[in-house]
Structure formats: C-alpha cells, structure tokens
Design a protein around this ligand. Structure first.
Ligand code: CUA
Length: 336
C-alpha cells in the first residue's frame, strides 16, 4: 500500500501526538489521581488477582491432564480411576465460586457507592457538553464558557455534569478512574476531587463521526493560586486588539462568517455553535488536540481546516489573502 504525502504526514502527526501525550501526560487508568478513581483501580486490581489465580488453577489442571494422559501409542500409562460423581468435590467447586462472587459483588457495590456519592454543595460545577468534534466547558459560578481544555483546582470537589449537543459521545479521562457517556437530553454527573496537580489527557470513547479520534480531553489540575489566576483571566472579556495587525485581524473576524459560530466576549460575536474563542490564545492545542496551538498551525487551520481536520464543521477560508489570514491568526493568538 502506497501512502500519499498528506496521508503520510497525518500518520506522522498521529504518532507524534501519541508519543508526546505518552511522555507529558500519562494515560494510565491504574495511576488514578482522585480518591474515587483510587477506589475503582483498587477494586479492579482486587478482581484481577483472584481471576489470575483461577486462570492458573484451571489452566494448570488442564495442562497437567493433557500431558499426563496424552496418547503415547503405548499402553503402559495406567488409565485414571473412573469414578461416578464426587459429592465433596462438587460441593466445593460450587460453593467456592459462590463465596468468591458474593464477596466481589459486595465490594463492587461498596465501590459504586463511593464513586457515585454526591459532591458537597460547594463543589465547583462544570458542565461538559460534547459536540462534533470538540468539548465545551461551562463554568456555573462564575459563569463563563471555554472549550477543549478544562482547568480545576486540586483539593476541591468538582462536579462535571456531562451532556451532548448532538450525538452520543463519552467523556473519558483514564486517571479519573471511570467515564460517563455524553447523551443528548440527559445530564450525567462525574464527581471527583483531584489530589495531584498535573495535566491529564483523555478522549471521547463513543464513536461519534469522522473526527471521533480527534476529540481529546485535556484537564489541568492547578494549584488553588494558579486556578484563581486562570479563573480571573477567563472571566474577563477579551482585551481589545491593540496592534495594527491584530486590529485588522479583529475586523476580518467580525466581518466574516466567523461570528456565525464563535463567540469572543467583549465583541459582537456571541454565537455558541463552535468553540468560544474569548481566550483562545491561552490554549495549548487547536481543534480539540489535533495540532499544537502555534501561529503556523493556526494559519494552516484557518486556510485549510479541512486538510487538518477533515469533516470539521468549519469551512476553509480560501477567499482570504495570506495577509488577511496572518492578521486573523495574530488577532486570535493575542486573545489570552
Ligand atoms: Cu465524540 Cu467520539
């Protein structure tokens, strides 16, 4: 199979991203960073241990019988004694699994109660809304909206209220310990409290269309001071463009179809079809994780979004000149 140059570059980009996320942000559901997640991974480990034990016992007995009583073409191996039924053995292998499964059921029930317990009333509530193919985050108090990257403070209970604006998605952050589906018309809670600061990556895990694979989740668990600073910055409307190029970019933004889908608080752009761009420059990636947020990538995205993320609900801006694209990128990168 021969790959075209664009397909090859897409593969290389995907491999790079896997390598980078693998280094920078572990995707390990055993390495949970919330007490509820710890309860899930502890239970999982507890189920794995007896499972391996049972596998070893059954597999070992099977292997022994296959070897010991194999047909060697000779008749010098004694036939095993033939018996009909063995009451004690049958009671034992009926009761042992019943006890094992009852204990695991009890522990599973206890783990579910721990995981599904309500958050305290003062929890930070964040609405998570799945879209084809990006995530919208709505902070209830104080009210503002952002996209694709969610910040929260360590040590404070958080309540994610997960829903969808279109089809079924699934919000999965492996280090949270479990996931919830994002279903249109229904809200599902994930309660958590992050204990370790860091950047945690995740995915949409319910097939939701062509760009399902590029619907990444990125959570920043900040220290309370970092979080307050971020919150303060996010609440503020976008700073007006100051540089002539950025000012030109702002005009292009406001005079084109950008405003039909995007909001930039502090301007007339107030639509919520696409991601809120009020503080776009402060994000680390573009297109829900498809590329890093750099001026080069942004210009490429604006010019040829369908090459970067085919199927994304944004048109290529081929009618704009290079100078106009550069101004627009300058304006958006300046929205910090
Ligand atoms: Cu959204 Cu898969």
């Amino acid at each position: 199979m021969r790959l075209t140059a664009s397909k090859r570059s897409r593969w290389v980009r995907a491999l790079w991203l896997v390598a980078l996320t693998g280094c920078g942000a572990p995707l390990d559901s055993f390495n949970t960073v919330t007490p509820r997640g710890d309860a899930v991974s502890a239970y999982f480990t507890l189920v794995l241990l007896p499972s391996f034990l049972v596998l070893a016992l059954v597999g070992g007995a099977l292997a022994y019988v296959l070897v010991r009583y194999r047909d060697r073409g000779l008749r010098d191996v004694p036939e095993p004694a033939q018996i009909h039924g063995h009451t004690r053995l049958e009671i034992a292998w009926t009761i042992a699994p019943v006890i094992l499964l009852t204990v695991l059921f009890g522990l599973a029930f206890q783990t579910m109660r721990t995981v599904e317990a309500d958050s305290p009333a003062d929890a930070l509530t964040i609405r998570v809304i799945g879209h084809q193919w990006w995530w919208e985050y709505e902070y209830a108090m104080p009210g503002f909206v952002t996209a694709n990257e969610v910040h929260l403070p360590v040590g404070r209970p958080v309540r994610f209220v997960v829903g969808s604006a279109d089809v079924v998605h699934s919000f999965w952050l492996p280090q949270l310990g479990w996931k919830k589906d994002a279903i249109p018309g229904k809200w599902n809670d994930i309660n958590a409290e992050f204990t370790e600061p860091g950047i945690y990556d995740g995915w949409c895990t319910e097939f939701c269309g062509t760009q399902h694979a590029w619907m990444r989740v990125r959570v920043f668990a900040d220290s309370p001071e970092q979080f307050d600073a971020w919150l303060h910055q996010q609440q503020a409307p976008a700073a007006p463009a100051a540089q002539p190029t950025a000012l030109r970019g702002q005009q292009i933004f406001l005079q084109n179809t950008c405003v039909n889908c995007h909001a930039v608080r502090g301007t007339v752009a107030q639509a919520r079809v696409g991601p809120d761009l009020t503080h776009f420059g402060a994000r680390t990636t573009i297109g829900a994780g498809v590329v890093a947020n750099t001026p080069d990538h942004l210009r490429h995205w604006l010019r040829e979004v369908q090459a970067v993320k085919p199927g994304a609900l944004m048109p290529n801006y081929t009618a704009l000149s290079d100078e106009e694209i550069a101004s627009l990128a300058e304006y958006l990168m300046g929205l910090e």
